[in-house]
Ligand binder design. Structure first.
Ligand code: BT5
Length: 325
């Protein structure tokens, strides 16, 4: 009921009486009063006047279940939102839910992670109150070798969401880091459970540095939207715009299992295509000229001997020749 009251208050431009809310939502005025008090405790500024009723004046920068539910506009994804003020890793929780049979589109959001993970066992810095840590459960009917393609779709949707909400020139470092002014603001970790020829489920975990102002010394390539944009951003807005975009791309992808429709936009924002890169694989490092990103998500590069090579996600690291991008 709390999310319904919140949504209703958000829709009203003027004061609305307790009686109106209770009639509209079919609950007693006493429960409305309790819910309003709870919302106030969470930081919502709600003006109450005995004559006029209630009016929502300001929304706090939080990403609780009710806040996200009140702004998310998706049709299929995000119908089941689980929120934790503190958790080890949102990916781990989604994996547990997946094993229990939860439906596609289930989301786990956390305000803080105590064991946030990057790829290959790396650590993802996850302090409280400032960033987005969320994971999505997907159950696409695809072969396991296609799962990494979903990460590119997520990267594009988040890059576009960041651009739209902040106006910053966010770019994608192939395959799916998002950078602003050459530094990383978002990382994506895709994990899956699969049989030889079919995927049981995919978990996409996304970490966005939204309002963090300082990073550990060992993270020279990290930045946040607030550091780059010089102002604070509502975390909920970024989540909501992201889901708008991601849902439409993902639904289209599930029909044809190709990245073809998103490639033009992906390439527009892909900073890796802009300049020479250093390719680091398990045996060697070499400088190459980026050529293209293909519909299967691979990156085509030309080495210094003029030979073209296709690089698949997960096989190698791609760096700028003078730094991270
Ligand atoms: C990633 O790994 O970029 C994937 C990060 C995914 C994090 C999300 S948060 C929600 C969900 N739950 C999880 O437990 N994880 C996901 P990778 O490309 O391996 O980058 C990791 C490297 O980035 C680290 O080794 C650090 O060098 C650096 N790093 C760590 N924390 C960072 C941060 N907050 N911002 C930018 N860089 C960071």
């Amino acid at each position: 009921m709390k999310e319904k009251v919140l949504k209703y208050l958000k829709e009203q431009k003027e004061y609305v009486s307790g009686e109106q809310i209770s009639k509209k939502l079919g609950v007693t005025r006493a429960s409305i009063w309790k819910i309003i008090n709870k919302l106030k405790e969470e930081g919502y500024m709600i003006e109450s006047s005995t004559k006029k009723g209630y009016k929502l004046m300001e929304v706090p920068n939080i990403i609780t279940k009710e806040e996200v539910q009140s702004i998310i506009k998706t049709q299929c994804l995000g119908k089941n939102i689980n929120y934790f003020s503190e958790i080890d890793s949102t990916n781990e929780i989604v994996k547990k839910l997946a094993r229990k049979g939860e439906a596609e589109g289930t989301i786990v959001i956390a305000d803080k992670q105590t064991a946030g993970k990057g790829r290959l066992g790396r650590v993802w810095e996850s302090p409280s109150g400032v960033n987005i840590f969320m994971s999505i459960l997907l159950r696409p009917q695809i072969k396991p070798d296609k799962a990494s393609q979903i990460t590119l779709i997520v990267g594009l949707a988040m890059c576009e969401a960041i651009r739209e909400v902040t106006g910053l020139d966010a770019r994608i470092k192939w395959p799916n880091d998002i950078v602003v002014n050459g530094k990383k603001v978002c990382g994506i970790l895709t994990e899956m459970s699969a049989e030889i020829d079919c995927v049981n489920y995919v978990v996409v975990g996304i970490g966005v540095n939204v309002n963090q102002m300082e990073f550990s010394e060992n993270l020279p390539h990290a930045t946040s939207l607030k550091i780059e944009g010089g102002k604070e951003y509502q975390r909920g807005n970024i989540i909501s715009v992201f889901f708008d975009k991601f849902e439409s791309y993902y639904m289209a992808y599930k029909t044809d299992i190709t990245l073809e429709p998103i490639l033009p936009a992906y390439k527009t924002y892909c900073i890796t295509l802009a300049d020479k890169v250093k390719i680091i694989d398990s045996i060697q490092e070499y400088i190459a000229e980026p050529v293209d990103v293909l519909a299967d998500g691979s990156l085509v590069v030309k080495n210094e001997e003029g030979e073209e090579k296709r690089i698949f996600t997960g096989e190698v690291s791609v760096r700028g020749i003078y730094g991270y991008v």
